[in-house]
Design a protein around this ligand. Structure first.
Ligand code: CTP
Ligand code: MG
Length: 180
């Protein structure tokens, strides 16, 4: 089934970015902005920490490397329906996607603080998709294989659902103070 292959390929491709975002909640400690403010508002806020950045980057890199190894032979080295290529040839695939995801999330916090939205308060759509935009931008900048326009649309539809589900878990395990 084409649509199933498309969804699986999209999830496979973006998994290091999801990973970066999910593991960043194990952050804490020193904020990236060192507590500094800009015109009376925090540059990024306490929700963006060095530990979260490094943990997220570590796991996204590991995840990407895992897919790189797993797709060197066998079913993941194949192309399906003439378009869904699961072979990952760059061992740093996860590093680039994860870094893009984390910087996308940081950029969104920067924007939220400039708009006067406190840490943890929602900015719908941006909160759900910031890390995906960052990851796609970095994939482009670092010359990684790209998703097709249809796949990007699928990604933008399924990501908010996964994101809210993940946040719901993070909230109930007390990793996040609000459910969104
Ligand atoms: N986190 C972190 N370091 C990062 C990213 C996230 O420590 N670089 C942790 C923080 O504990 C944060 C949680 O993961 O509270 C969830 O991330 P996110 O929802 O992006 O942060 P918010 O608290 O909602 O803050 P903001 O309003 O800035 O998005
Ligand atoms: Mg957020």
């Amino acid at each position: 089934m084409w649509i199933l292959a498309a969804v699986l390929h999209v999830l496979y491709y973006i998994s290091p970015a999801y990973c970066a975002n999910a593991f960043a909640v194990f952050g804490g400690g020193k904020p990236i902005d060192f507590g500094l403010s800009l015109s009376g508002r925090r540059i990024l806020g306490d929700g963006k920490t060095w530990r979260g950045l490094f943990i997220g980057l570590f796991f996204s890199t590991l995840f990407g490397f895992f897919w790189f190894s797993a797709s060197s032979s066998g079913p993941l080295s194949q192309t399906y329906y003439n378009e869904f290529n699961f072979h990952i040839s760059n061992p740093l695939f996860g590093f680039y996607l994860g870094l893009g995801a984390l910087l996308g999330d940081i950029s969104a916090s920067f924007l939220k603080r400039r708009l006067g939205i406190p840490r943890g308060q929602p900015l719908w759509v941006i909160d759900q998709l910031d890390f995906v935009f960052g990851a796609l931008l970095f994939a482009y900048l670092f010359g990684l294989p790209l998703l097709s326009p249809v796949e990007v649309i699928i990604l933008l539809i399924i990501t908010p659902a996964f994101h809210l589900f993940g946040n719901f878990i993070a909230y109930h395990t007390k990793k996040k103070v609000v459910w969104w």
